[in-house]
Design a protein around this ligand. Structure first.
Ligand SMILES: Cc1cc2ncn([C@H]3O[C@H](COP(=O)(O)O)[C@@H](O)[C@H]3O)c2cc1C
Ligand SMILES: O=C(O)c1cccnc1
Length: 348
């Protein structure tokens, strides 16, 4: 299963050309800091000297988690389906930010427990939520593969429709529990260090969340190096779909802006399938969910923003998009010293 997709090597030669070109633009050398590194990275990803990232494509994957039976979220599981309807009518935070950045937007039901319908919904329900992974495997291997394929196929459509970079978001009550469990197994770190309040648990409720995850890991014994086994045992359907979408974007040299905690864990799973996937990722923001720091370190990425957000849905990535776009505009639109008749650095 390792060779699920083939991700191309970064175009390092184009990156070197862009690095040299950046030094000819009318600014002190290196003065645009991380925008300059971003420009080089985007050139390496896309294979283009003048990369384009607009319009971005946003895919929000929604699914439920059987483990909510254990009382691991501050909100009832019905919120997943209710929020899907909110996404369809344009009222979620991610709708607002997607409109602001001119994104192509889709909401995908990959495993909502209750029947949901509405104009514009991409109905790809694999199963009505995962099983409670405290009691049994979250899903069957075949269901993991189906969810991965939903992600890949929806990303392929998004790219076909003109998206030049990809943002994947999620909606799934209980998914910080799945993501924390996955991260604990992947990194070998204690659950206690990685769990957080999610939607707003108090400290007693967090102790319960910790014990639920610890018991589940003990019972399921997932293989830390096998992404299929991890997803099958710990879920979730939307995390699998997000990983699939990121793999498809990377295969197409489409830059990915990674969102918060759940998205970064999905990115780690994608990287287990193909370790070139993270070459195509930019970390959008740092979420206040405690495990996010560890997840970002494991992915080897420095986030662009820290706005003390902890929502998910893709919101942190959407807010980082204008910075990513600024890096491409800088390359395309800035004058060189010779074009503008500006003197270069003094030779002493
Ligand atoms: C109204 C509402 C909108 C959301 N949008 C994203 N999430 C976020 O919170 C959930 C994860 O937190 P936990 O694991 O504690 O349930 C996910 O749905 C995530 O996307 C939301 C949560 C709520 C309540
Ligand atoms: O950072 C996230 O993705 C996050 C944090 C808390 C709740 N939902 C999502």
């Amino acid at each position: 299963m390792k060779q699920l997709v083939e991700i191309p090597l970064l175009a390092k030669d184009i990156g070197r050309e862009v690095s040299a070109y950046l030094n000819t633009l009318t600014k002190p050398i290196g003065s645009l800091g991380r925008l300059e590194t971003l420009a080089v990275e985007l050139a390496e990803m896309t294979g283009s000297r003048f990369p384009v990232v607009a319009p971005p494509g946003v895919l929000v994957f929604a699914a439920d988690h059987g483990v909510t039976e254990e009382g691991v979220s501050a909100y009832p599981k019905e919120v997943t389906a209710q929020m899907v309807l909110n996404f369809l009518s344009g009222g979620a935070a991610m709708n607002v930010f997607s409109r602001q950045i001119g994104a192509l937007f889709e909401i995908v039901d990959v495993g909502v427990a209750e029947a949901v319908d509405g104009e514009g919904l991409i109905a790809r329900n694999v199963r009505a939520g995962t099983r409670n992974f405290c009691q049994e495997d979250a899903m069957a291997e075949e269901e993991v593969i189906q969810a991965l394929n939903v992600g890949k196929e929806e990303a392929a459509k998004m790219i076909e429709n003109g998206a030049k970079c990809l943002i994947v978001g999620e909606m799934g009550i209980g998914n910080t529990t799945s993501a924390s469990a996955l991260l604990s197994v992947i990194t070998g770190k204690n659950v206690k260090e990685l769990i957080g309040p999610g939607t707003g648990l108090n400290s007693d409720q967090m102790t319960k969340k910790q014990s639920v995850i610890e018991r589940a890991i003990e019972a399921r014994k997932p293989d830390q190096n096998d992404p299929l086994d991890l997803l099958k045992k710990l879920g979730g359907l939307e995390i699998a779909a997000m990983a699939g979408a990121m793999l498809e974007a990377a295969r197409n040299r489409i830059p990915i802006i990674v969102d918060g905690f759940i998205c970064t864990v999905a990115a780690l799973i994608a990287n287990q399938f193909d370790n070139r996937a993270s070459d195509y990722m930019i970390a959008g923001h740092h979420s206040t969910e405690p495990g996010h720091k560890t997840a970002l370190e494991e992915l080897g990425k420095q986030p662009l923003l820290d706005l003390e957000m902890r929502l998910g849905e893709g919101t942190g990535a959407a807010l980082a998009f204008p910075i990513v776009e600024a890096a491409t505009n800088m390359l395309c639109e800035m004058a060189t010293f010779s074009e503008a008749g500006v003197s270069g650095k003094s030779e002493r």
